[in-house]
Design a protein around this ligand. Structure first.
Ligand code: GLC
Length: 543
């Protein structure tokens, strides 16, 4: 049996899920790009870390304009990552290790190299092939202006003009991300049927669920109205469900049909939504009965390292999710955001105090692992890796860099290939002497290598291993109630899980005494003469 499945609690309600950014995890063949065989070789490391499942960023055939979020064929594996047989082997080996496998599904858009988009270009205006996408004539004289004023997430207009049948300027197509990622029209029945078939293709091959990319997107207002606030990409400035391309109520029907498919399969298959929405109330709609199982709680990730903000994020999320019977899903890092030690260590002047950020990130992890529900760990988070802020301009690969006209450096700093060993030409990411990693690693990366941290009882790796082992062993953790002991406004957060467990996080400037306890189970940093230092979290067994 895999993981912590019991008859009462499906595994996904309190799982620890490790995010593998496949391109940057482990390179088995020395081409500088991580691959499925590299991941398969390292499954033992993940099982020892104490996680229940792996979410793997898109492994499909892709021109890699957005590192695989531009899928050219949903039923084929990216050749740089391996083959379909490698994916099947990975799934089988992971299951042998007791790990579940959750690929990424990218339904909002596909690649401009996908057969459907090529057919759409060839077939011309008004064709059923174009009806799978959002093609429109332009506005203004000669249709030279885009159909709406919408901006793409990576910068620039959300529309690109294609050639008309006569070779002159023709229609425009919508792409909320890069021009290489045309948006699908989810009002089209063929689009819906295709993704249902893709789900079955991978469920038939044994995957245990999917992370749903841009789950708040998909359905657009067919009237394509202009936005009053072009910077509002999630709907915060409009009423609930009123944004033309974000968080529209109609997306939920799609998820209801997917849930029915997941339930046809044995073994509790699951979905986790990447839904950037304006409020926890809106997030709860994605995980209401009969829809997706879980959704990342980004309010917690976005909260500053301040007691009131963290408490508020915890309470509002658990409150709304509890209301619909869904578990909370906590996340502090992923491939789109600045790594926690750099985020929490950033001072007002923009400089980063890495030591402070690392202390806080360790405390935040200990806090997160004590919260009710499931937890995500992004590769390298277990090593305490900071953001790599100084990747040379010419090495940047995130489309944000080009699309913003070199004003936004983008997300590459959280995607640098992992250091496995202190030595070696790529710190063990690939075979020694192989091609340079696809993003350069800084000289200091070796300090955070897995082999260095494995030998250091004070390392972040040791802390994460201990926290996950404790979490798995303690009945009070995972799903269940949380009761605050501290008052709102206290600089020290303190709560109980079950009758015998307490977590205390000191966000005050000075050390504080611990509450009465039987045993100290875990601390994010050594106690200071029995006191809990600033920016430190502790787990206690209490009477
Ligand atoms: C999601 C992914 C991000 C990607 C975008 C477009 O936000 O997490 O990496 O660029 O979708 O697919």
């Amino acid at each position: 049996m895999i993981g912590r499945v019991t008859t009462e609690t499906p595994w996904w309600r309190d799982a620890v899920i490790y995010q593998v950014y496949i391109r940057s995890f482990a390179d088995s063949d020395g081409d500088g790009i991580g691959d499925l065989a590299g991941l398969t070789d390292r499954l033992g490391y993940l099982a020892d870390l104490g996680v229940d499942a792996v979410w793997i960023n898109p492994w499909y055939a892709s021109p890699q304009v957005d590192n695989g979020y531009d899928v050219a064929d949903y039923r084929a594996v990216e050749p740089a990552y391996g083959t379909l047989a490698d994916a099947e082997k990975l799934i089988a080996r992971a299951h042998e290790h007791g790990l579940r496998v959750i690929p990424d599904l990218v339904p909002n858009h596909l690649s401009a190299e996908h057969a459907w988009f090529r057919e759409a270009l060839a077939a011309g205006p008004g064709s059923p092939e174009r009806a799978r996408f959002v093609f429109r004539p332009g506005r203004g004289p000669d249709g030279a202006e885009p159909p709406t004023n919408w901006r793409a997430h990576f910068g620039g207009p959300a529309w690109t003009r294609v050639a008309g049948p006569d070779g002159g300027p023709g229609e425009w197509y919508l792409h909320l991300f890069d021009p290489g990622q045309p948006d699908l029209d989810w009002r089209n029945a063929e689009v819906r049927a295709e993704f249902e078939s893709v789900l079955r293709f991978w469920f038939d091959r044994g995957v245990d669920g999917f992370r749903v990319d841009v789950a708040h997107g998909l359905v657009k207002d067919p009237g394509l109205p202009d936005l009053a606030d072009v910077d509002d990409l999630t709907g915060a400035s409009l009423g609930p469900g009123a944004h033309p391309f974000a968080d529209r109520d109609e997306v939920q029907e799609i998820y209801e049909s997917w849930r029915r498919i997941a339930e046809e399969y044995p073994g509790a298959r699951m979905f986790v939504a990447e839904a950037w929405v304006p409020s926890p109330e809106r997030l709860a709609r994605y995980v209401s009965p009969g829809r997706l199982h879980t959704a990342f709680n980004f309010d917690f990730l976005l909260a500053p390292w301040e007691p009131a903000a963290l408490r508020e994020a915890i309470d509002t999320t658990t409150g709304y999710l509890h209301g619909v019977g869904a578990p909370a899903t906590w996340v502090l890092e992923n491939h789109d955001v600045v790594r926690a030690p750099s985020r929490y260590g950033r001072r007002r002047d923009g400089a980063v105090d890495v030591a402070l950020g690392e202390r806080r990130a360790r405390a935040a992890f200990v806090l997160m692992a004590a919260l009710p529900g499931g937890v995500y760990v992004y590769q390298g988070q277990e090593l305490g890796l900071p953001q790599v802020d100084d990747i040379p301009d010419e090495a940047l690969r995130d489309p944000t860099w080009e699309r913003s006209g070199h004003t936004e450096r983008g997300r590459d700093g959280s995607r640098v290939p992992l250091p496995w060993t202190a030595g070696g030409s790529s710190f063990g990411f690939g075979p020694d002497g192989g091609d340079a990693p696809w993003l350069p690693q800084p000289d200091w990366f070796g300090r955070y290598a897995v082999d260095v941290e494995s030998d250091d009882a004070g390392s972040t790796l040791a802390l994460v291993r201990a926290a996950l082992a404790r979490r798995a062993a303690l009945d009070a953790l995972g799903e269940g109630p949380l009761t605050w002991e501290s008052e709102p406004g206290d600089p020290v957060l303190s709560f109980r899980r079950g009758p015998g467990f307490a977590c205390v996080v000191n966000l005050a400037a000075a050390p504080v005494p611990l509450p009465e306890h039987a045993e100290v189970l875990l601390t994010s940093a050594p106690l200071d003469d029995g006191l809990l230092p600033a920016d430190c979290a502790v787990w206690l067994s209490v009477g």
